[in-house]
Design a binder for this molecule. Structure first.
Ligand code: BEZ
Ligand code: FE
Length: 305
């Protein structure tokens, strides 16, 4: 390609500071300018900010050649572990707090909606549909519990027909998809709220568990003196017509690791008591006592808000 065609096609080359010496003091400006003519203004904004922060970081820590090689090796191994089942890059984002930060930005409102938290890698799109009062487990092990809930709008109106997708780990801290022996759908369920916006199900109290830590992310945690554990929790995605879907958890009050969740997902409002109930009169009909009970009021924000 002739020089003039090159300049016509890649017009930015004319204003790139290619004549300036590439040095620690000038690198961010030079590279940021190379994105000046990005067609998409958002791409330009994100790429230039990324370049500036990345270059500032490299200068700040005085990154050495061997540390750069180590970082490339770490990211390469992280990528090699990713497939349809495992997403080591999301796990990296989780332990760096980036997943929760993106979630915080997306849900930063002054509304009284229920707090959101991280989705995690164990959600499946085909959770088994279940009816009110069903048990989400076929296993005999674990401490029985009952979860009652109600889905309402921020103005307090019940949301009949709201769909509540639930999934949790067992009493040893494993999800069904982590074991070839466990039937798919174990400890999962898709519930539809009744005319009062209410839903309920039987389950077992989940255990705390470590996030997958047999890969580069686990090595990073180990080298940093960090543990891989998450406090005991149950996941929920709740949706209702005209309302913003909510991805959240309830955390079992008193669980270990509430103050040191490996992925920073705990919010105080989401820590719930799982009280031992002996008086069956306070529970839905037919529930045998004693049983642990937790009530979760899910408040959804209107879509247009
Ligand atoms: C989870 O709770 O399922 C989870 C969340 C983030 C990383 C790993 C697991
Ligand atoms: Fe989980």
């Amino acid at each position: 390609m002739s020089a003039s065609r090159f300049v016509r096609r890649y017009g930015y080359i004319a204003d790139m500071r290619t004549y300036e010496k590439f040095a620690a003091a000038t690198s961010a400006d030079i590279v940021a300018a190379s994105f000046d003519h990005a067609q998409d203004p958002r791409l330009r904004e994100v790429a230039q900010s990324l370049v500036r922060h990345l270059h500032a970081f490299v200068v700040d820590v005085g990154l050495t050649q061997s540390e750069w090689e180590l970082a490339i090796d770490f990211l390469t191994r992280t990528g090699h572990l990713c497939d349809g089942e495992r997403q080591e890059f999301i796990l990296l984002s989780d332990v760096l707090g980036v997943s929760m930060l993106v979630d915080a930005i997306a849900n930063e409102t002054a509304s009284s909606a229920t707090d959101s938290t991280v989705l995690g890698p164990f959600h499946v799109v085909d959770s088994p549909p279940r009816s009110a009062g069903d048990s989400i487990t076929t296993s005999q092990s674990g401490e029985p519990c009952v979860i009652t809930g109600r889905v309402v709008s921020t103005t307090g109106e019940p949301l009949p027909g709201a769909v509540v997708d639930v999934w949790q780990a067992d009493d040893a801290g494993f999800y069904d998809i982590q074991s070839a022996e466990v039937e798919r759908g174990e400890l999962r369920g898709l519930f539809t709220a009744d005319e009062d916006g209410e839903f309920w199900f039987r389950s077992i109290v989940p255990a705390a568990y470590p996030i997958p830590h047999d890969g580069p992310v686990g090595q990073l945690l180990e080298a940093s003196g960090r543990h891989p554990w998450r406090p005991a929790h149950i996941h929920f995605i709740a949706g209702a017509v005209g309302h913003r879907p909510l991805t959240t958890h309830i955390f079992v009050a008193g669980s270990d690791y509430l103050d040191s969740d490996a992925v920073f997902g705990v919010k105080p409002s989401l820590i719930k008591e799982f009280r031992t109930v002996t008086d069956a009169g306070t529970l839905p009909d037919g529930v045998a006592t004693p049983v642990r009970h937790c009530h979760f009021e899910i408040v959804l924000e209107r879509e247009e808000a």
